[in-house]
Write a protein that binds this ligand. Structure first.
Ligand code: HEM
Length: 249
């Protein structure tokens, strides 16, 4: 009898702890997933931004570069167009994992807070602020919508906003025609601001999550995140701005 009772008692005590441990492990797994996939995206956008600067080198240079990316990336290791499809696969899987991990974290956070939304007490630091949860969440949704628009515009439909029709041919001409339209420019400007905010917060969090944060390194990581964010904002917006003001014909 004694052993039966003690085993009951043991189970009663350990169950909430086990659940808590599992909850913590899930939280860590979600954070690591967001960190790794987020860093994959940051590498891609930095590379993409650098490539877009070739618009300043003229039509031939940019179109040759775009053709290389579409057809000859990683050739002869992979067959023609194999490189771009591998890139699409990696980015697609990373995007799905990043979004799912963010949604699950969001849902778990709401469940943990419960239905009652308490007012923030005076003097207590509010967490839902600049660079915080709200910016990451709603900025992330805006970036996602932007990517859909962007892919339709330059990859799937190849839509020339200035003429109002779809065109085949030179990627350079398509980009130049697109950014001569003010509202296309505005959409990109907003998206790049959100991207910069997302990256500024995301890069720092990702490095911290992956355990790279040590005493004394925090400031360096914040600076690195800020450099990535500013490089993306300025680098991505340079060609569209030059096009809008007629500096790239
Ligand atoms: C001012 C900013 C940007 C410009 C001017 C731009 C321009 C372009 C162009 C011209 C292409 C087609 C390239 C080709 O024909 O080979 C392209 C493709 C693409 N861009 Fe951007 N881009 C910008 C920002 C972004 C951002 C911020 C993201 C992601 C968050 C992004 C993601 C992509 C992706 C995933 C592709 C498709 C690659 C493929 O599957 O072929 N772009 N972009």
């Amino acid at each position: 009898m004694k052993t039966v009772f003690s085993s009951f008692r043991l189970r009663d005590v350990s169950t909430p702890q086990l659940t808590q441990n599992r909850g913590r492990q899930t939280k860590v797994a979600l954070k690591v997933t967001m960190a790794v996939t987020g860093l994959i995206f940051v590498c891609f956008v930095l590379f993409h931004m650098y490539g877009n600067l070739k618009l300043f080198l003229g039509q031939e240079e940019f179109d040759t570069y775009a053709k290389f990316l579409q057809e000859d990336l990683l050739v002869p290791i992979l067959p023609h167009t194999g490189g771009v499809w591998l890139l699409r696969l990696v980015l697609g899987v990373a995007l799905i994992l990043h979004v799912v991990a963010a949604l699950v974290t969001w849902k778990r956070g709401r469940a943990a807070r419960g239905p009652v939304q308490y007012k923030v007490k005076k003097g207590v630091k509010k967490q839902n602020t600049y660079g915080g949860t709200a910016t990451m969440r709603y900025g992330g949704i805006f970036i996602l919508l932007f990517v859909v628009f962007h892919l339709c515009q330059f990859t799937i439909v190849k839509f020339d906003a200035s003429a109002g029709n779809a065109v085949e041919g030179s990627p350079y001409s398509l980009v130049v025609a697109s950014f001569q339209v003010w509202w296309v420019y505005l959409i990109y400007l907003l998206a790049m601001i959100f991207l910069a905010l997302h990256v500024n917060h995301g890069v720092f969090s990702a490095l911290a999550t992956l355990g790279l944060e040590r005493t004394g390194r925090e400031k360096g990581f914040r600076v690195l995140a800020l450099i990535c964010a500013l490089a993306l904002l300025i680098g991505f917006m340079l060609p569209p701005t030059a096009i809008l003001f007629g500096l790239i014909p």
